[in-house]
Design a protein around this ligand. Structure first.
Ligand code: ADP
Ligand code: MG
Length: 327
């Protein structure tokens, strides 16, 4: 049975060229780039809450880091360093090796050094703390949306929630969409380049982790503004993928785990934003920010009538539900 230190040495110790000192001492040492601000965030994945028992460890390795990278993308920051705190029920080497492969695949993709962490026995819990940089004063925040701004979303929100519904036997999906929905759930692609490009274009940004409406709600609250979305402008991939329209609509508006960027920008920036699709994901202009009744969020159908939305997104605490019984 390998010791904790064997496991760290074998699976989580790699050169960290972007740090002064990486894994192996009591702490890592970092040298931030001059004139940048440090941007840090942490996110954990808990078995039974964020992933199903038996989930593929390599996918989990990717996703554990990717969900953190996504938070930095939403700030317009460049990710650089990560720490990994792992609780595992046992020293299962094959599981750990596959997890490390997925984690380092994501780290390599985004140029991140793993610089430390903690490894302990316990119910499976995967926690990353990520650090990155942004030129001083340039970070995107949730609080910058202004009346008159457009609302945009990247990619194809809803597919990850459909992937989960498929795995749980709650959804039938069109055959040619199944792989895409599972990939959206298991291998989310954080929008780092988009976040960097939006530094000079967006007024506010958030990544869609809890559902499109819920996350837009956070922008509205922090910016003290309201919003109107036009349903037919939303990316229709979820509706195409799933014949059950009510479920597809719920996944599109309230499904979590997409890790797309939702952002606002003045209409004068439309052409510049539209030109970003040449080098990145699709971008859809889905509505507008208003001033009246701060916090209010309305979704209009094709006839301009307000739609009634049942579920506005994922919240861990109203009922202490987990992934096994969510949505
Ligand atoms: P300490 O007892 O001083 O907290 P540890 O024995 O927990 O140190 O860890 C030894 C070294 O290994 C530290 O540099 C720590 O950051 C690193 N480390 C521990 N677990 C992990 C992990 N899962 N991934 C990356 N680095 C880790
Ligand atoms: Mg120590």
């Amino acid at each position: 049975m390998p010791s904790e230190f064997d496991l760290i040495g074998r699976y989580f110790t790699r050169p960290a060229p972007g740090a002064v000192l990486g894994v192996g001492d009591d702490a890592a040492i970092l040298r931030p780039t001059p004139d940048t601000e440090l941007v840090v965030s942490t996110d954990m994945l808990v078995e039974g809450t964020h992933f199903l028992p038996g989930a593929d460890p390599e996918d989990l390795g990717w996703k554990t880091l990717a969900v953190n990278v996504s938070d930095l993308a939403a700030m317009g920051a460049r990710p650089r360093w990560a720490l990994l705190a792992l609780a595992l029920p046992a020293a299962e080497e094959a599981w750990i090796a596959a997890f490390a492969r997925g984690l380092f695949a994501c780290a390599d993709r985004f140029g991140i050094d793993l610089i430390g962490g903690d490894t302990t026995r316990g119910p499976r819990n995967l926690c990353v703390t990520i650090g990155g940089e942004v030129p001083a004063g340039k970070a995107l925040r949730r609080s910058g949306a202004r009346p008159g701004d457009d609302i945009w979303v990247s990619g194809r929100p809803g597919l990850a929630a459909l992937g989960l519904a498929l795995l749980q036997g709650r959804a039938r999906l069109a055959t040619d969409w199944q792989a895409g929905c599972l990939a959206a759930l298991q291998r989310p692609q954080p929008r780092v380049d988009l976040g960097l490009a939006l530094r000079d274009l967006a007024s506010a940004a958030i990544d869609v982790s809890d559902g499109l409406l819920a996350d837009l709600g956070h922008i509205l609250e922090q910016s003290a503004v309201s919003a109107v979305l036009e349903f037919e402008r939303l990316p229709d991939a979820a509706l195409a993928a799933c014949p059950d329209r009510a479920l597809a609509q719920n996944c599109l508006l309230a499904g979590g785990d997409d890790y797309e960027l939702l952002f606002t920008a003045p209409p004068a920036r439309r052409a510049a934003i539209a030109s970003l699709v040449a080098h990145g994901p699709a971008l859809s202009r889905i509505g507008a920010i208003g001033a009246a009744r701060p916090g209010s969020l309305r979704v209009l159908d094709t006839a301009g009538r307000e739609m009634t939305i049942e579920c506005k997104g994922y919240d861990h605490f109203p009922s202490t539900r987990g992934i096994a019984d969510a949505q």
